[in-house]
Design a protein around this ligand. Sequence first.
Ligand SMILES: [Zn+2]
Length: 481
Amino acid sequence: MNHLRRLLALVALLLLPCLTQAQEPAVTVPIPATPGPADLITPVNPAPIPIDEALRGRLRPMGKPARKVILVILDGLAASGLTFARALSPRESIELDRFPIVGRVIGKPPQGEVNDSAGAASALATGYPGPIKRLAVDELGRPRRTLFEEARQRGFKVGLISDTRLTHATPAAFGAHVTDRDEEAEAARQLVQSGFDLMLSGGIKYFLPAEEGGMQPIGRNLLTEAAAAGYTVVKTRTELAQAVSRNAGRVLGLFSHSFLPFTYDPAFRQTPTLAELTAAALALLDRHPQGFLLMVEAGKIDPCLHLYDAAELVAQMHETNLALRAIADFVRTRPDALVVVVPDHGTNGLAIVESFDPERFQRLAASTMALAERLPATAPDLLPQLAATFPGVAFTEADLAFLQAASGKDYPRRLGYVVNRKLGVEFLPFQREFPKGEAYDHTGEDLFLHALGAHQGLFGGVTRQWEIPRRLAAAMGFVFP
Ligand SMILES: [Zn+2]
């Protein structure tokens, strides 16, 4: 009897690995063992990189496809931004630190090593490396179908969220096709006609006619056109909540003139946050049995870095963390949900150097964008005012001359540069040898990727930026492009 029991126990022990394996969502990811010519780590002439046939059609996950898929883009966030946020929020857990899958992304654009938001978003949207400055078009300017357009054709609900402007490069690349990212009025017209189910962002000025202070021609109001096309158009937090409780079919939400307000702006309290927009979108989209594909951009990280505003960066990282928490909580409670989080490029070389003291920074730092508004470069007592604002920090006559040399628009950047370096936060030098290009302030570097949820295993390892939509499509059960 004892023998039998021991034998049974042994059999159970031997079977256990098989049993537990069978319960795991079975995912086979046959990444090509020998990369084809298109998969060289540093292509000699990558413009344009041809379709990687080895990858195409070979990423077929086993098991049920993911039906509730969220792509999060952290605009301009290199890994040092996570280090920075963690150091300054010791009591707040970084949501990304809890994601089970971490990958590395090669974000190289067709030319050079440094990408802009337009090129990166085009790669993430279309599955081809985008030339910088352009949105979802090929090298001849012809539209390239986006994953979101494809998913919509396949019955998924599709949505875009950004805390910048809906027509800004990152969100617009998923539903508009223009040869210049600055053609925001044209992007607005295309987005209203996109048929996308949900679009929540800022930048209402691009939807209004000139006579109402907008960027559309006289007599052309895209909000009216959107309403005629079946959209519930909302402009406030209350209206958004009503749209969610009424279960509105299509929602276009535009909550500010341009970017959604930064946290130092008093308007911030009156405007729905990225986390609120995300929660509203998930509530609406979750009701559709056919599933959805949602892009969420944390887009104000990048301007904080451009403007050397480290204190506002901390605030934006906090807002982003709240949005990521809402998404991760959603994904963890649904077997068919997946979230993939990627930055698009690095911005301004944020570096944590040895002299950085998080306690001192926390004690002294204030948003330099906000400070620039109340303390102009022309203030006669600029130096004493700075000394009073940052006690114990030494400001010199050279600093004063540097600040006073600012043209109006340049001043917040100069102020941020001077103040934050003195607080131990380093960035790229303010004045650089080369003239400004489209990706000025950006940096070429490998990017991180985090994934959680159904078929998360498709996203480990090293990926090219333009492979990500292919992998998302594979997780959703189809081949794209
Ligand atoms: Zn960007």
